[in-house]
Design a binder for this molecule. Structure first.
Ligand code: G16
Length: 543
């Protein structure tokens, strides 16, 4: 066994973003780049000798190469066992499930989530701790600090491991166990939802379409939806994970999941449609010619939670990220349970779930999940919806409309300006911060600015403080405009503008969110000087 200590120059650009380190593939292909970051992880987490690690990714380009490197480094760094998904595949929620079920020390997930894949596209890596959730701020900071000062890393000279057959092999003294990436996760889903009721729904002619977008959830959806639940063959489309996601952008929204959107808004639309992203943690829910916003989806799941076996006893609380609409807050109020508002990023929910303060969490960015794992979970959300539909025996649209009639409707939309020059995007944010004093009290037609701030959060569990999490303009009628820079892009900057207006009486209001939000959109553009400062007169994506 030959452990080599290889000299590395430190890298200064390995700061993990909202969800791990994400860069273009050629950046990761630089000599020692991946190795430097992996060593920084191993040095920061201080795993005891003999610890077990989980390893897998969304199957994108560079996944297999990176897995071989990480296995050899894990062996050189004293791990005794690594559980790897067959073919190097593990969806993000499945990795979280495996870490928890097998009580491992932690896991490494290789993914750039919803970003495109391929030789010139994105790759990513993140560390999840023993609770199955993304590394906390403290661990993330430690990894970044290490990555800037390392002078060497440890790696074992060994042959590559066969990843495509189940079973065990060795890398030096370390055991590598290739596991079925789906089975632990599928069993967990069966324990949460009423599979009998969903099966009966599907047998009764309820037609579904799930777009796996040639990403990681294909095998999971095939096994669970078509296999265990008996959905018609072909209900799962784009089911084979491809290294470049078939050239698509594996982000389940109305723009990028256009194949599915065409089907669901077409003449022969199925009753239910859904999609998930590159690593399987995001979801989009559609009814027949009907889109459910992620914010509404969270509120709906919370309001109907007791219809699913796992949540029959009710919810401890709900958490949503700050830009997510307040629809869930209204449900929490009705249920008399707490609702927490956190910064964007799933890691903020982990503490709340570990402390038993919340059961359901959700984000406007197509992420919903619960304390069954510590990641958001795309297929889980789909099964939850199917469980609710199976019990209520109503269409998705009817369920949502009844919800609005009861709780009122939070009209919601997000405008994304992708690939902006970083300086221009920062300029918009700074201009807004400089305008706070002038804005407070100002009227724009019926909208009066009541408060402006840059959101900051004190974690109720560990008291850590996260500052500058997004500029908020709060209006006296509860409407909101939020400006925030994305933490997941790899090219330039992405500026997101989130718009929300509450309407208690849905009968009185136009049904189209863009119509309902037109005035707020105009205000957002006016106060931010976005068009002049960025040269963009249109967003790249509207959801
Ligand atoms: C990641 C985090 C999410 C967060 C999202 C925000 O998602 O896991 O919790 O909502 O980033 O993205 P942005 O900073 O671009 O608005 P994912 O699916 O990329 O892991």
């Amino acid at each position: 066994m030959n452990i080599r200590t290889v000299a590395t120059q430190p890298f200064s650009d390995q700061k993990p973003g909202t969800s791990g380190l994400r860069k273009k593939v050629p950046v990761f292909q630089q000599a020692h780049y991946l190795e430097n970051f992996v060593q920084a992880i191993f040095d920061s987490i201080a795993a005891p000798k003999g610890a077990t690690l989980v390893l897998g990714g969304d199957g994108r380009y560079h996944n297999r190469t990176a897995i071989q490197t990480i296995l050899k480094m894990a062996a050189a760094n004293g791990f005794s066992k690594v559980l790897v998904g067959r073919g190097g595949i593990l969806s993000t929620p499945a990795a979280s499930c495996v870490i928890r079920k097998h009580k491992t020390f932690g896991g490494i997930i290789l993914s750039a989530s919803h970003n495109p894949g391929g030789p010139k596209e994105d790759f990513g890596i993140k560390y999840n701790g023993s609770n199955g959730g993304p590394a906390t701020e403290t661990v993330t900071e430690a990894i970044f600090a290490k990555s800037k000062t390392l002078s060497s890393y440890k790696i074992l000279d060994a042959a590559d491991v066969a990843l495509d057959t189940l079973g065990t092999s060795s890398v030096g003294d370390m055991t590598v166990q290739v596991i079925d990436p789906v089975s632990d996760y599928a069993e967990l889903m069966e324990s949460l939802f009423d599979f009998g009721a969903i099966r009966a729904l599907l047998q009764g002619g309820f037609r579904i379409k799930f777009d796996a977008m040639h990403a990681v959830n294909g095998p999971y959806a095939k096994d669970i939806l078509e296999g265990r639940l008996g959905a018609a063959p072909g209900s799962v489309m784009n089911a084979v994970p491809l290294e470049d996601f078939g050239g698509g952008h594996p982000d389940p929204n109305l723009t990028y999941a256009h194949d599915l959107v065409e089907i669901m808004f077409g003449a022969d639309a199925p009753d239910f449609g859904a999609a998930s992203d590159g690593d399987g943690d995001r979801n989009m829910i559609l009814g027949k010619r009907f889109f459910v916003t992620p914010s509404d989806s969270l509120a709906l799941l919370a309001a109907n939670a007791t219809l699913a076996p796992a949540y029959r006893k009710g919810l401890a609380g709900i958490a949503r990220s700050m830009p997510t609409s307040a629809a869930a807050d209204r449900v929490a109020q009705a249920l008399n349970i707490p609702c927490y508002e956190t910064p964007t990023g799933w890691k903020f929910f982990g503490n709340l779930m570990d402390a038993g303060k919340v059961t359901l969490c959700g984000e406007e960015s197509f992420g919903t999940g619960s304390d069954h794992v510590r990641e958001k979970d795309g297929l889980w959300a789909v099964l939850f919806w199917l469980n609710i539909v199976a019990v209520r025996k109503q269409s998705v649209e009817d369920i949502v409309r009844e919800h609005w009639a009861k709780y009122g409707r939070n009209f919601y939309s997000r405008y994304d300006y992708e690939g902006l020059p970083t300086e221009a995007a920062n300029g918009v944010m700074q201009h807004l911060r400089d305008s706070f004093t002038a804005l407070v009290g100002r009227s724009f037609g019926k909208y009066v600015v009541q408060m402006c701030d840059d959101f900051s959060y004190i974690d109720p569990v560990d008291s850590s403080i996260s500052k500058a999490q997004g500029v908020r303009l709060l209006f006296s009628d509860g409407s909101r405009i939020i400006f925030r820079l994305s933490g997941t892009g790899t090219e330039g900057a992405t500026l997101r503008v989130y718009l929300e207006a509450f309407e208690a009486d849905v009968q009185r209001h136009p049904l189209d969110a863009q119509v309902a939000l037109a005035e707020l959109i105009a205000i957002a553009l006016q106060v931010s000087e976005l068009v002049a400062r960025t040269g963009r007169d249109k967003p790249t994506v509207i959801t």
